[in-house]
Design a protein around this ligand. Structure first.
Ligand code: ADP
Ligand code: ZN
Ligand code: ZN
Length: 692
């Protein structure tokens, strides 16, 4: 009797198979059987759920992309899935579509895109219980809330921008082109508020994604958002979060709980079921480009996502990328402008060039700059010195015999780090003791050449022994929380002179800063990289934008920017002095058009690396010849500028086409062939490379 009913039961049950995307370089998904365990019937698996499966000798978490009644894998070969994470609502079809697009576009397997986009705690072998994370969700809403703040009265430009963004329907990409300090943040916040209110009125749900370029800018924006949206659940997503926090915040987004999600580039891959508006602050910033693994552009994916969902997207910048500028000029993006600074009486700082041939610097500082610093110290105002080079000196050398401190593993100099008593390679992170004498001739008088932030800091201390000087760069802020503490002390007024790298150049709303000094920008003028001038211009405008944001105090100094240069007549500096991004961008765009480079050309870079350079070059040579490529320009393979890193030689090959679809079609066929190629070289492809 019992046997009979069991038999009936089993006959009734049909096999269920799932196809799972796993994080492997193999360009395929994998089938598994999902077994009833006999004693208790289970729920049918759903697409978008996470499954734990055996893979090779390990267990791996994957995403179910298909559920089906049969599989092509023979019955004796197919393995059984181990578990399905039923507690987690499935990832949506929309989200999977985003991953699929990114995988196709960047020529990667789906699993390599989708799985790393999930918090680590969800993709480990061990199933972490979600209970704790879910409990924390409720606390997320009101825990760290600062005092509520009223919105300032918008000026006309801001008001028009907010109205235009809030009124937008469907896919509406908008460039918010506003000078530094013009109050773009305020526009984002009020547009967000309108979108949330409209959803509430319609009885629907809304989520807003705000991307920012630097982790260090998160606290400033998070504080603003929380004080302006009391009680509204806000979640942050960036690589600085502990895993537990990351899981909680990711869940808050995925469950639709968080209404506003703030994050760095990785947040573009968050699951946001009710996404209604995307904002990208400082859209030109290079950090939106992931530079390892899946080398995606968070900005480009954001635009795709807005189109997929038919929602507005705002790209904000004082110095838009030429790609975005081009879209705006040609009418594909709408352009909104904020021409003036928002705070009362605040104007853009005056930019002056200091000719270093005439005013020769001591300690890296010209007498003009020293004088300007002195004025600020006397009046209790803050100054910022910008030098995009960390360490003490980029080279240590011996005058007697010509020895230079090279990294033994890279084609690069070891950088002298004096406070840490170390030589460091910025390419492979090798650390060595500082040699007491020249390893070649024994000379004990080794010379640091050039100047990094540490050396400038030391010089400043000699020139201004009374001043409170703070250095902020990747070295001074290695410890978690130290960057925030440093920025806090600047905001509190505990610092007179701030010296730093690009970390201090962007986004920060310093209120008492009236002087910016730029120490060594000339090298970028003569770079072989055609993007260098675009970057330098943006960088100078951004750092200049830190000065004079609160307006001139009575009896205080007018805000100014002093650029130390050997090329005071260079047109780029002329454009910076005039704060004339329009002219600069339009000229540069025309140059690019004539030179046939992006945004008028679409590119992909094939990189190869091996112990011997020749192995890498041979592979690239083979790649250059292995497939039909009508309409595609394949350039010669060349060694990379820094050829050797960590004892591995690197080379690259650039493929390009004026047609994006043509390039995409070519890449697909090309990748299939290259995957089948046997080589000792390790290789990878980057679509839309920015560093070539
Ligand atoms: P941006 O992002 O454009 O560089 P911010 O959004 O940081 O500029 O704004 C610069 C400063 O101006 C901030 O201190 C901000 O509080 C202030 N601000 C913005 N809008 C207004 C306004 N309408 N009235 C007065 N102050 C404003
Ligand atoms: Zn020597
Ligand atoms: Zn090295």
């Amino acid at each position: 009797m019992l046997a009979q009913s069991l038999k009936n039961y089993f006959n009734f049950v049909t096999d269920v198979f799932i196809t799972v995307a796993l994080d492997t370089p193999l360009d395929t998904c994998f089938d598994y059987r999902w077994l009833e365990d006999g004693s208790q019937p289970r729920n049918k698996p759903q697409v978008g759920q996470l499954a734990l499966v055996p893979f090779g000798r390990r267990e791996a978490a994957g995403i179910i992309v298909e559920v089906k009644g049969e599989s092509d894998v023979p019955a004796d070969k197919i393995k059984n899935a181990i578990a399905i994470r039923e507690q987690l609502p499935p990832l949506s079809a929309r989200w999977l579509e985003l991953c699929r697009f990114a995988a196709d576009y960047y020529q990667r397997p789906l699993g390599e895109v989708a799985i790393p986009a999930l918090p680590k705690n969800l993709r480990g072998e061990k199933s972490v219980s979600l209970d704790r994370a879910l409990k924390k969700l409720a606390r997320l809403d009101h825990a760290h809330d600062p005092a509520p703040a009223d919105a300032p009265r918008l000026n006309d430009g801001q008001q028009q921008a907010v109205d235009a963004i809030a009124a937008a329907e469907g896919f509406a990409p908008t460039l918010l082109y506003g000078v530094t300090g013009s109050g773009k943040t305020e526009v984002y916040l009020q547009a967000a508020s309108r979108v949330l209110a409209a959803a509430e009125q319609q009885g629907t749900q809304a989520q807003i994604l705000i991307l920012i370029p630097e982790i260090n800018l998160t606290p400033q924006l998070e504080g603003n958002v929380r004080s302006r949206f009391p009680g509204v659940p806000v979640a942050t997503l960036h690589s600085g979060l502990a895993e537990g926090e990351r899981l909680t915040n990711w869940l808050a987004a995925h469950l639709g709980h968080a209404r506003i999600v703030l994050g760095t580039r990785l947040a573009i891959m968050a699951s946001l079921p009710h996404l209604k508006l995307i904002i990208i602050d400082e859209e030109h910033d290079a950090s939106y480009k992931q530079q390892e693994g899946l080398r995606y552009s968070a900005r480009d994916l954001a635009v795709w996502r807005a189109r997929q969902l038919s929602i507005p997207i705002v790209l904000g910048s004082a110095t838009p990328s030429l790609e975005t500028w081009h879209h705006a000029q040609s009418g594909r993006y709408r352009q909104l402008e904020l021409r003036e600074r928002a705070s009362q009486s605040a104007v853009l700082p005056k930019v002056r060039l200091i000719d270093m041939e005439r005013d020769k610097p001591g300690e890296g500082l010209t007498s003009t700059l020293v004088g300007a610093l002195k004025l600020r110290l006397e009046r209790g105002e803050q100054s910022l010195l910008f030098l995009n080079r960390r360490g003490y000196a980029p080279v240590l050398a011996c005058d007697a015999c010509g020895w230079i401190g090279n990294c033994p593993r890279c084609t690069a100099f070891m950088v002298l780090h004096k406070p840490e008593h170390r030589m460091r390679c910025h390419h492979c992170s090798l650390e060595l003791r500082i040699p007491r004498s020249c390893p070649t001739c024994g000379n004990i008088d080794l010379q640091p050449l050039g100047r990094g932030t540490q050396r400038v800091e030391e010089g400043l201390q000699r020139v201004f022994p009374q001043a409170r000087i703070m250095r902020i760069d990747a070295d001074s802020t290695r410890l978690k929380g130290s960057a925030q503490a440093a920025f806090d002390s600047v905001h509190r007024g505990d610092v007179d002179i701030l010296i730093g790298t690009q970390m201090v150049a962007k986004g920060h709303d310093f209120r008492n800063l009236t002087l910016v000094g730029v120490l060594n920008p000339d090298t970028a003028l003569f770079s072989h990289d055609y993007r260098a001038s675009e970057r330098l211009f943006a960088q100078l405008m951004q750092v200049a934008g830190r000065a004079g944001r609160a307006g001139q105090k009575e009896g205080g100094n007018a805000s100014e920017v002093l650029i130390q240069t050997r090329y005071p007549t260079h047109p780029l500096y002329g454009a910076v002095m005039a704060h004339d991004y329009d002219r600069f961008a339009s000229d540069l765009l025309e140059e690019r058009r004539q030179a046939g480079v992006p945004p008028f050309m679409y590119q992909a870079l094939l990189r190869a690396e091996a112990r011997e350079l020749q192995t890498a070059l041979d592979f690239l040579q083979h790649a250059a010849q292995c497939t039909e490529h009508e309409g595609i320009i394949i350039n010669d393979p060349i060694p990379m500028t820094v050829t050797r890193v960590s004892n591995v030689d690197r080379a690259q090959l650039l493929a390009e086409s004026p047609s994006r679809p043509a390039l995409q079609a070519f890449l697909k066929a090309w990748m299939a062939q290259l995957r089948a190629t046997k080589t000792r070289a390790r290789w990878s492809l980057e679509v839309d490379p920015v560093d070539i």
